[in-house]
Design a protein around this ligand. Structure first.
Ligand code: XCC
Length: 656
């Protein structure tokens, strides 16, 4: 067990670390067991104040140079770099890293799809023909009378340009609303291939290259767009083709999904192929028999973080919790094996898994962890890896030592919404249509739409900002779309159900009750933020709400973000035209030209802009004020006033 004596003085009470009761119980247990978790490491690791303001540069060995955020223009780096250059370069490298993570994920899914349509890989198939045809149509690929595999091959070849295109416009430019694309063309930010954009950011942020913050931010926009409308969109669309476009499905969330009398296996990470294959292994009759022979009632497969969110959306697989709970869940002692692939995998998992005897495996060649056993997942022979994980889990079940304590908390919710399903749900089963959504926005029942996404992290109370922000938004008639760890936070709070409409304002509640939908729609993992982009594009195309994404009464937020991927996501929303508010922390020095550029000037250039708040209610009202500003610009603010008067009048009548 870990040594925590020194830490004891500084420990934050469990219920100040998190609003998730299950996680709090496990923090308490870990402390009793002498095991250190991320919350404790955060308490003993004060963030570097210079780094927090993005006021340091370590891009060459003449430094590292530290500037003073309190007097940002008081000095420059050894090479003469100003605070604006330094911040812009730091920000750009975060965008590059985040975009690289999503695009590399998308590229590996696309590679697998290529192998499938070429007939080289028989372990995976095209499952969703409708989606295949829809993607072909977007890319203007001929479909009439052609074999599905041939269409697929054309899609594969065209979408590969998302990564490799050296000159010209990337393939999904065809999916972007015309006026939004026009803005990008005017600003020179239509992406080429992501590899080119990321390479160029790394070049331009090298010592002695781009030293104009506005020019650097332009390349940030181009690179971030190659993530959102490129790598991430490819990941979502191709995963839908191979594994099926999600439709609403009931799923259970939180640590109570673990079962003491079952072999519990958790998959945590981001790429769906590992998870899809382990589902085959865990339902294999021989494996189930082996588990029973070991004394278990069966095998319980559970997800965490984003691959968990994706599998929950597609198949209703139970989900044990978000990023801040991945170590805590091991403290239950009930996890027999955890298999991880890429992204958001804490190195600290290794030590906690050791303490509780959980078999922890890395599976992806890009993500090994020192001291953790690696079982490589090979898409050409996927079962070799996933069967071994299951066998190891069964044998750990047989030799379980130590006490098991599973928190009882679990909530049922509805997940698996998609751009397509929102259309069916509101427009009818036979023909998807966004007309009813737009009409309800125009008549003011729905005030606007917000995307609330992103991580949880230990510098703020886990889940608190997500839940309070979303509650305030729906209370004010804002329909909320969610992905990633944020979606899990709201699911754990029990709000991803149609009955949550009672917390919504009268207008939104009326729409939800008529349709039978929740006021909060879960769309899946972080790459599925691309579903928010396609839904926004559909709203623009449907008409009545302006001509570009920047015209929509919409806003975005990531109140507890922590990863570089979140910065890339935030910036592609901003570049797409969305006002995007982050919370907890933001790597920037206030009162600088760079700050003004991100937080004000980008909007004047026809895009969205960044915002920041540490208070969820204030954050909600910043977003609502922006939504109202857009309603006014669209000339639909009066409709809402009338609707509100009607509702108020009706309420008065009801009371009388
Ligand atoms: Fe990671 Fe994707 Fe953030 Fe959660 S939301 S902490 S990035 S798992 Ni994607």
């Amino acid at each position: 067990m870990g040594e925590t004596k020194e830490l004891k003085k500084k420990l934050t009470p469990a219920r100040d670390c998190t609003t998730c009761e299950a996680t709090a119980q496990m923090i308490d247990k870990a402390r009793r067991d002498g095991v250190e978790l991320v919350f404790d490491r955060a308490a003993s690791m004060k963030p570097c104040p210079i780094g927090a303001d993005s006021a340091c540069c370590k891009h060459c060995s003449m430094g590292p140079c530290r500037l003073n955020a309190k007097d940002p223009y008081g000095k420059v780096g050894v090479c003469g770099a100003t605070i604006d250059t330094i911040q812009a370069r730091n920000f750009a490298r975060m965008v590059a890293s985040g975009a690289a993570a999503h695009t590399d994920h998308g590229m590996s899914i696309l590679h697998l799809f290529g192998e499938v349509v070429k007939g080289h890989n028989k372990d995976y198939q095209i499952k969703d023909i409708q989606k295949l045809l829809q993607v072909a149509e977007t890319l203007e690929i001929e479909t009439d009378g052609r074999e599905y595999n041939d269409i697929g091959l054309d899609i594969y070849e065209e979408l590969m340009k998302t990564y490799t295109l050296v000159e010209g416009e990337f393939p999904f430019a065809k999916a972007v609303p015309e006026k939004t694309l026009e803005t990008w063309r005017k600003q020179g930010i239509v992406p080429r291939g992501a590899m080119r954009e990321i390479m160029e950011i790394m070049h331009r942020t090298h010592m002695g290259v781009d030293q104009d913050y506005e020019n650097i931010v332009n390349q940030c926009s181009r690179t971030a767009l190659s993530d959102g409308w490129g790598g991430s969109m490819v990941a979502t669309e191709i995963s839908d083709i191979m594994f099926g476009t999600p439709r609403p499905v009931m799923a259970e969330v939180n640590m109570g999904v673990l079962k003491e009398d079952h072999v519990n296996i958790i998959v945590h990470g981001h790429e769906p192929n590992l998870f899809e294959s382990i589902m085959v292994s865990t339902s294999d009759a021989t494996m189930v028999e082996a588990a029973k022979a070991a004394g278990a009632k069966g095998i319980n497969l559970v997800g965490m973080c984003c691959s968990g969110a994706e599998m929950m959306s597609r198949h209703g697989v139970p989900h044990a919790g978000n990023f801040m709970s991945t170590e805590a869940v091991l403290v239950t002692g009930a996890v027999d094996a955890m298999a991880v692939d890429v992204q958001c995998i804490k190195q600290g998992l290794g030590k906690v898994a050791d303490c509780y005897g959980t078999e922890l495996f890395t599976t992806n060649p890009r993500c090994h962890i020192e001291g953790v056993k690696h079982i490589e997942f090979d898409e050409d022979n996927p079962m070799a890896c996933t069967d071994e994980v299951v066998i190891k889990a069964i044998s750990r079940f047989k030799s379980r030592k130590g006490d098991i304590q599973i928190p009882k908390n679990k909530n049922i919710g509805i997940h698996g919404f998609s751009k397509e399903y929102i259309g069916y749900m509101l427009g009818g089963t036979f023909r998807e249509s966004y007309v009813p959504l737009n009409e309800n926005i125009i008549n003011g029942r729905i005030r606007g739409v917000a995307g609330v996404v992103g991580c949880t992290q230990p510098r703020t109370k886990q889940d608190y900002m997500h839940v309070e922000l979303v509650k305030e938004l729906i209370k004010n008639d804002v329909l909320v779309l969610q992905t990633g760890c944020s979606q899990i936070a709201l699911a754990k709070a029990g709000l991803l159900i149609p009955e949550a409409a009672h917390l919504a304002g009268d207008g939104l509640a009326e729409v939800c009750e008529t349709v039978g939908m929740p006021p909060i729609l879960g769309l899946g993992s972080c790459v599925d933020n691309s579903r928010i982009l396609t839904a926004a594009s559909e709203m623009v195309r449907t008409g009545g709400l302006g001509h570009s994404i920047a015209d929509l009464p919409a806003a975005g937020a990531a109140p507890e973000w922590m990863s570089e991927k979140a910065i890339s996501i935030g910036h592609y929303f901003v570049a797409s035209g969305v006002y995007t508010v982050f919370g907890t922390t933001f790597p920037i020095t206030e009162g600088t030209k760079f700050h003004k550029h991100l937080f004000e000037e980008l909007e004047e250039m026809g895009m969205g802009k960044w915002g920041f708040s540490n208070d969820p209610i204030e954050m909600a009202h910043m977003m609502i004020a922006h939504i109202d500003k857009k309603r006014k610009q669209l000339g639909i603010d009066k409709a809402r006033e009338r609707v509100l008067m009607d509702m108020a009048d009706r309420q008065k009548l009801d009371v009388a």
